[in-house]
Structure formats: structure tokens, C-alpha cells
Design a protein around this ligand. Structure first.
Ligand code: HEM
Ligand code: HEM
Length: 221
């Protein structure tokens, strides 16, 4: 089992991960089309901006929401730190880079083991917080479904099992197998589950018509 997870399944999960990302980018561009302003089609302007101006109260709210910190400044900071750690921790982990070097002949720089262990603990602490928030806060619970809890497991199981395996707390042989299995499941799920938001966040924000999109044009679904 170890050899299988360490060899062919690890390679397969990385290939699925990268091909999945390419597939999702192509899918985005085939499902969307260039936005054609109505004015360009029939000669009328699309909206009369003056007439459609929202009330001052709405404008004030929009200004607050449009701020980079949004309506939930604490969550904005917490989620930004979490997202940096969830990517940086496994990528710059010594054990991972040793395996990558052995398999593919290159490696990235690594943090010290103690520092990576600390970052892992931080990620786990964020996990406890996110789960607590999802269960306790009515407004978050109301929009949570089974898939959110499954996504939660997919994201945090590799960190939990990696942490237990590194410390050899118990059943090391099984824990490392479980770690590799959950890590590979996560890689495969990234392009094909809610986790694809790591891609669509940027595609939606910068390519769909909105106040953030690049250039004068933009795309619509
Ligand atoms: C391709 C699949 C993966 C393999 C083969 C793998 C392998 C390993 C190995 C061998 C260790 C060291 C355990 C020890 O010291 O004995 C480890 C630790 C760890 N792995 Fe992975 N891993 C994989 C995927 C992942 C993923 C996807 C994540 C998270 C996104 C992850 C997060 C961690 C963490 C956080 C630790 C160390 C925890 C600590 O030092 O406290 N791994 N991994
Ligand atoms: C770099 C690309 C990414 C961006 C821009 C991004 C952005 C976001 C945003 C905007 C949210 C919702 C807002 C919030 O949490 O307050 C979110 C939630 C989440 N993201 Fe990401 N994400 C990215 C990558 C990832 C990756 C790689 C993972 C996991 C491996 C991940 C796991 C999660 C989880 C678990 C949540 C839900 C947290 C909760 O329960 O509240 N994200 N992400």
C-alpha cells in the first residue's frame, strides 16, 4: 500500500491536479463569452447612470462592502492568513521536498521542521475555528450543507494525519499511509470540488464583467 501511494498514485494525483486545473480554465472560457454592450448592438446606451443612481444609504453600504476588509474585517484577516498557510506549509515542508527530490530530481526551499510543525499547528487551529464558526453561527450554519463539511475534511485531514505522523504519536505505519491517501485525495479534489474556488476566485473576479475586471471589456456567462 505504501509503495502504491508513494509511487503511481502520487504521480497520478499530481497529474490529475494539473490537468484538472487546465481543464477548468478551458471550461471557464468555453462557458463564457465576450460581453457585447447593448449600446453597441442597437445604438442605445445600456443604462442611464444618473437615473439608476442608488440612494445615499445604499451607496454608503456599498462603499463599506467594497472596502478590501468588507463587512467582516476580522474574517478577512483570518481567512487571508489561513489561505497563505494552507498553501505555504505543505509546499515548503522538508519531508515533501525530500520526496519530490527523490522522485523528480528537483526540490523547493524548505522551512525548518520545527517551523513547519508550528505552521501546521496554526492551520489546525484555523480548522477548529472554522468548524466552530460553521456550527455555532446561525448565519453560517444556515448556508452550510454536507458538501461543506466534506470539503472541510478533505482540507484538514492531510494536516491532522501529517501532524500525527510527524510526531509519531501512534500507529505511525498506518498514519503515514492515511496521510498520503488523504493528501492525494485533496490534490484530486482541488480542481473538481468547491475547492476549485482557488481558480474561479481569480477567473470570476478578473475576467467577468464587474468593477474589478481587467481591461475595458469583460466576459459574461
Ligand atoms: C502526495 C501526497 C503526499 C505525500 C506522499 C506526503 C508525505 C508526507 C510525509 C512523508 C510526511 C512526513 C511525516 C514524517 O515525518 O514521518 C508529511 C508530513 C506532512 N504533510 Fe504530507 N504528503 C502528501 C500530501 C500532503 C498534502 C496535500 C498536505 C496538505 C495540504 C500535506 C501536509 C503535511 C503536513 C502539514 C505535514 C507535517 C506536519 C508536521 O510537521 O507537523 N501533505 N507528508
Ligand atoms: C489562492 C487561491 C484561493 C483563494 C483566492 C481562495 C479564496 C477563498 C474565499 C474568498 C473563501 C470564502 C471566504 C472566507 O473564508 O471567508 C474561501 C474559503 C475557503 N477556502 Fe479558499 N481560496 C484559495 C485557495 C484555497 C485552497 C488551496 C484551499 C485548501 C486546500 C482552500 C480552502 C478553503 C476553505 C476550507 C474555505 C472555507 C473556510 C470556512 O469554513 O469558512 N482555499 N477561500
Amino acid at each position: 500500500m505504501y509503495e502504491l501511494l508513494r509511487g503511481p498514485l502520487a504521480t497520478a494525483s499530481f497529474i490529475i491536479f494539473f490537468l484538472g486545473i487546465i481543464y477548468q480554465i478551458i471550461r471557464f472560457f468555453t462557458l463564457t463569452r465576450k460581453y457585447q454592450p447593448v449600446s453597441r448592438i442597437n445604438g442605445f446606451t445600456r443604462t442611464d447612470k444618473k437615473q439608476n443612481k442608488p440612494s445615499p444609504a445604499i451607496q454608503k453600504l456599498a462603499k463599506r462592502k467594497g472596502n478590501v476588509m468588507g463587512m467582516e474585517p476580522n474574517m478577512a484577516v483570518i481567512t487571508t492568513i489561513f489561505h497563505i498557510l494552507v498553501i505555504v506549509t505543505p509546499v515548503f515542508l522538508l519531508s515533501h521536498n525530500i520526496l519530490i527530490l527523490e522522485s523528480w530530481g528537483f526540490s523547493l526551499p524548505s522551512f525548518s521542521e520545527a517551523f513547519s510543525d508550528f505552521l501546521t499547528l496554526l492551520v489546525l487551529a484555523f480548522g477548529v475555528f472554522f468548524l466552530y464558526r460553521r456550527v455555532i453561527l446561525a448565519k453560517v450554519r444556515a448556508v452550510s450543507s454536507l458538501s461543506d463539511y466534506l470539503t472541510f475534511l478533505v482540507v484538514f485531514l492531510p494536516f491532522i494525519t501529517g501532524f500525527i505522523a510527524y510526531h509519531q504519536f501512534f500507529a505511525y505505519k498506518y498514519m503515514i499511509i492515511l496521510h498520503m491517501l488523504t493528501g492525494e485525495i485533496m490534490l484530486v479534489c482541488l480542481p473538481f470540488s468547491k475547492l476549485v474556488h482557488m481558480l474561479y476566485f481569480f477567473l470570476n473576479r478578473f475576467f467577468l464583467v464587474s468593477e474589478y475586471n481587467f481591461g475595458p471589456g469583460g466576459r459574461v456567462w
